[in-house]
Design a protein around this ligand. Structure first.
Ligand code: SF4
Length: 317
């Protein structure tokens, strides 16, 4: 849960998750639907699905006990070298290194490594360093201290060198290279994108689609949603009809504009316009190629894991 997400955000999710799934068996036996519903709003939904699959592997292949062998841990879905090192060193005091954003910056600075830390050469060097500095005991505590030092003292923009306990060992501080080690990142180039979501109504129910594998919110449910390019109302109506039909096979009659949401996903800055529509017919063709879809009563939406924007739009149903 904490990958890419702050502790303050994770807290309530963690509590709810553990209350629902107090054991690995409970998580393994849950439906993906329930797991995603509890994760809803936390983002990076791949983590939830991988955690769920990892629990199933642990039950099927390790008798429900979390493996202690690093190779077995790294075979679990979603677990790379950093996560394996963090779990095994913190939980079992295994002598394994970790390297994430904060320790990468800290170690690069201790070495005054001027290359790109994420490059193959940089990554190799920093992993070697992370391994070389490990103590014999209390490795988990040591690894957590490194992360803490990186996140609280060796800050990206304004490292607190005067308060830093490892300043006497630091080649970057000695050479005054804090501003260039690690090399500052260029600004992200954002791309504007216009999307439409459609609330399709049919005798007291609305249409929801399950986001397909490989897409932004795979496994979650959403209103039919797609990119639009139209410059005038007539062209937009055509795009709405075509978009919903392409995605669901449902023929609609578009209605009015309901709401606009602005949000960012990866490099996209998205303007999402939501429209009302009435169901007209269901096209018989192409059923097998489409993602699963459901006609739900408004009260049933609470039981479904929705995309973040889908949950906001559910208020307009
Ligand atoms: Fe970072 Fe400064 Fe400490 Fe070096 S002395 S590790 S640059 S905070």
């Amino acid at each position: 849960m904490l990958q890419q997400t702050q502790v303050a955000t994770v807290g309530p999710y963690f509590e709810r998750f553990l209350a629902a799934f107090p054991t690995i068996e409970a998580l393994a036996g849950a439906g993906e639907h329930q797991v995603l519903r509890l994760w809803e709003g936390l983002g990076y939904y791949r983590r939830a699905r991988q955690l769920h699959r990892a629990a199933q592997v642990i039950v099927a292949e390790h008798g429900g006990r979390f493996p202690r062998d690093v190779d077995a841990v790294r075979k679990l879905p979603g677990i790379g070298r950093y996560t394996a090192g963090a779990i095994l060193s913190i939980a079992f005091d295994a002598r394994l290194p970790i390297l994430e954003a904060n320790t990468t910056r800290l170690l690069a600075r201790l070495l005054a490594y001027r290359g790109e830390p994420a490059s193959p050469a940089g990554s190799k060097l920093l992993w070697q360093m992370a391994e070389a500095v490990l103590p014999r005991r209390e490795v988990g505590t040591f690894n957590q201290a490194l992360m803490e030092l990186g996140s609280e003292v060796c800050l990206a923009r304004a490292p607190q060198c005067d308060a830093c306990p490892v300043a006497p060992l630091c080649a970057t501080a000695a050479q005054g290279l804090q501003a260039v080690v690690p090399p500052p990142k260029g600004k992200k180039a954002y791309q504007a994108r216009h999307e439409a979501a459609v609330i399709v109504r049919r005798v007291g129910r609305v249409l929801l689609v399950r986001c397909p594998e490989g897409q932004r919110w795979a496994g979650l449910w959403d209103f039919p949603r797609f990119e639009v390019h139209a410059q005038n109302p007539r062209a937009l109506k055509r795009e709405l009809v075509e978009g919903v039909r392409r995605q669901t096979g449902v023929v609609i009659r578009p209605g009015g504009h309901v709401h606009t949401l602005k949000h960012g996903v990866t490099r996209f800055r998205i303007t999402l316009d939501c429209y009302d529509a009435r169901y007209v017919a269901q096209a018989p063709d192409g059923k097998d190629a489409r993602p699963p879809m459901r006609w739900l009563r408004p009260g049933e939406l609470a039981d479904y894991p929705l995309s973040t924007t889908g949950r906001v739009l559910a208020r307009f149903v």
